[in-house]
Design a protein around this ligand. Structure first.
Ligand code: NDP
Ligand code: DGY
Length: 330
């Protein structure tokens, strides 16, 4: 339905997104937009029925786009554009098999996410939330030399797991705090990226052992899933701080809980968890030395608006058979 042109450009947007992004789609000639216009995720059954017959899908990281969704969409689906740089929610093998093109949003969220990573690191190592709570609860009785002390970045060693776009942007922001040494790990050394920080490529175990701060900024892949586990935390120093702004599943949360509860590591800051949202009775939330944020790495008004516009432009370019501003190479 909708005529040849309409059918060629029918798209489904799985959520309410910044208006600037939706405007790009609705003003595109011949583009027929359907949307799940809600702050909450589209229910799975609704997604499966609404995606049927569409040519383009604009989705979020909270939508699992697997074989079931692709089957429900049918052979007409040509482009998937995710309003995220992470793509672990997309069944890329299935997508590739069907010749579907994928757009994503790298670069535009790097600064916001790196900034949040630094904020989270400082919140965890200087105990900001715990200290602010003391002010509210009357725990602040006087200035005390031994009270609310934490760990600072000056003269420290920082280990970055995944020195990609965000990992480099984090290192760039941390360097002026007086970091003495940067370590990094990944699938191989990246001398051009590392040179700016004099960062040394090391195995994961050595990064755990030597870092005062570990910042996880890698992609979630089969190789990184559960990478930060009991063995990893047991190698970290008791005075070290762990920060994750990548994906929750990179961390074994039971092992992280034990490490924090037993004082094996000093503190943690997490912007991502498994599951999301983290249930309010989750054991990690009972710990004073764990700061948990609700996946807000890219959450500045400007960044989210730019992400939405980029996701819309990726989708349109894909539908028109043109080069996308940012296409994921499958
Ligand atoms: P990049 O692709 O630039 O960086 C990803 C990094 O992951 C690469 O440097 C890669 O290293 C590394 N990596 C891959 N495999 C491994 C491994 N086995 N061990 C260690 N590192 C590995 O992506 P971005 O920096 O743009 O984004 C990174 C991730 O951050 C996204 O995939 C997303 O999940 C998350 N993210 C979270 C946000 C939030 O709101 N909290 C916001 C934005 C992104 P190599 O090149 O050596 O393979
Ligand atoms: C992403 O883009 O992958 C983040 O997790 C949210 O911006």
């Amino acid at each position: 339905p909708g005529g040849a042109l309409g059918a060629a450009m029918s798209v489904f947007v799985t959520r309410r997104i910044p208006a600037e992004g939706l405007r790009v789609l609705s003003q595109a000639s011949g583009c027929r937009v359907q949307q799940w216009d809600s702050e909450e995720p589209v229910p799975r059954a609704e997604l499966l029925s609404r995606v049927a017959g569409t040519r383009g899908l604009l989705c979020l990281l909270s939508d699992r786009i697997d074989r079931e969704v692709l089957d429900a969409a049918g052979p007409g689906l040509k482009v998937i554009s995710t309003m995220s740089v992470g793509f672990d929610h997309l069944a890329l093998d299935e997508i590739k098999k069907r010749g579907i093109r994928v757009g994503y949003t790298p670069d535009v969220l790097t600064d916001a996410t790196a900034e949040l990573s630094v904020a989270l690191l400082l919140s965890a190592c200087r105990r900001l939330l715990e200290a602010a709570q003391q002010v509210k609860s009357g725990g602040w009785t006087t200035w005390k030399p031994l009270w609310m002390c934490g760990y600072g970045l000056s003269d420290s060693t920082v280990g970055i797991i995944g020195l990609g776009r965000i990992g480099q942007a984090v290192a760039r922001r941390l360097k002026p705090f007086g970091v003495k040494k940067f370590l990094y790990t990944g699938s191989g050394p990246k001398p051009e990226s590392a040179a700016e920080f004099g960062a040394e490529f090391v195995p994961l175990a050595r990064l755990a052992e030597e870092s005062d701060f570990v910042v996880v900024t890698c992609a979630l892949t089969p190789a990184t899933q559960g990478m930060c586990n009991k063995d990893f935390f047991s190698r970290m120093k008791k005075t070290s701080v762990f920060v994750n702004t990548s994906r929750g599943a990179v961390v074994n949360q039971e092992d992280l809980y034990d490490a924090l509860a037993q004082g094996q590591i000093a503190a943690a800051g997490l912007d991502v968890t498994t599951p999301e949202p983290l249930p309010t009775d989750h054991p990690l939330l009972s710990l004073k030395n764990c700061v948990i944020l609700p996946h807000i790495g890219s959450a500045t008004y400007a960044t989210r608006s730019t992400m939405a516009v980029l996701a819309a432009n990726n989708l349109l370019a894909g539908l028109r058979g043109e080069p996308m501003p940012h296409e994921l190479k499958l």
